[in-house]
Write a protein that binds this ligand. Sequence first.
Ligand SMILES: [Zn+2]
Length: 425
Amino acid sequence: MRQLRTPLAAAGALLLAACAADPDAPPPPATSSPPPPVTSSPANPGTPPPTNPKPAAKPSFPQAKSQGGAVIKNPKIRPIFFGADELKSDVDAFVKKLETASYWRDTATEYGVGAVTALPAVSFDEVPPAALTNEEVKRWLEKKLEAGAAGPLGAPDGETLYAIYYPKQTTISFAEGGGSSCRDFGGYHEETVASGTKVGLAVMPRCAPPTGYKSLDLVTSVSSHEFFEWATDPFPYTDPAWSRTRDEDLAWMLVAGAELSDLCTAIDYTPLKPVDLGYVVQRQWSNALSSQGHHPCAPRRSDEPYFVAFPEQPDKVDVPFSFTETVRGSSVKVKPGTTRTIDVTLYSDTPGPEPWDVSVVSYDRNFGDGSPSKFDYELSETSGKAGETMKLKITAAKNADFGVFVVTSRRGRAIHVWPGIVSTY
Ligand SMILES: [Zn+2]
């Protein structure tokens, strides 16, 4: 399940700001807000209604959806190291800080996840192999936990995350083309069973940080991603919890991934180093902020106007999501070989006169065989402001079937995105 892993490039994007394209990771979608105010004119009985422009469309703010599994109410995190790891004391201090800094509370509370307890780090005096599979990692942990209460990790505990920090010499990979660490993903969380108890684990490989950042920044950023996903979706295979969007928001899931951290790794490019935490972390998806029409990644930044352009998605498309399930997502239908025009509406939670740049790109290179998109996108304007509407002409090739596009809004260094789906069926 690729979405359980932190795409490496995406983690880099978080630190690098701006538009980084991620090989494995979703490009940026963005989010949104409340409908721009509609100018209503006082009605004068007897006179024809004034010729008001039609009210701007209201965005349907995307929402993550739980599949019903339990979250971790009292999360405990046990950092695990090998030998004399140079980042051990820093990572240890970071996890300890999560107990009291506002970051965890500001992101986790709305999902029913309580405060973090940092368990003392454990270092094993052994050198992990240069190549490990995910299965071998799980077997290793199970073995260590077999020692029970008297062992170095204590008795297996379903509310503890075993956070394993591997040295840079160790590459962890998945079978069947699932990719390998530092090339295809920057971390992941998993579940297994140790002495009859279901436990969660996270694997943090030691990857090279993006230029200009410290190794520790990447490690804490990836850790914040996996810790949060574990707490909100601890047993993704046997008891899936927060690992989806609503069906109608399928475009977001296709572009950004499915767990709560993935959604923000994909759309938020501003590094975050909260003052009371002192370490680099990523923001996390917030249904509350999204439904209020703000940037959907928490904690909220007061200095961050949320401006975004969202495409009309008047139709529905059924997309196979697994062997047994089809998801009915919002979309726009365009018949093969024809052109259809839809509205793209500009929205901001901080209305003002400042225009921003809007563009549309195909996201199809990330799907299937990577061949060029069979849809062409042409936007009527290149910039606009809140409340305005642009026209997006979508042309489908004769052999087109399904496409994903991203509407990108930029002002200065700020970038916000909103994905859409187009289909010919
Ligand atoms: Zn993830």
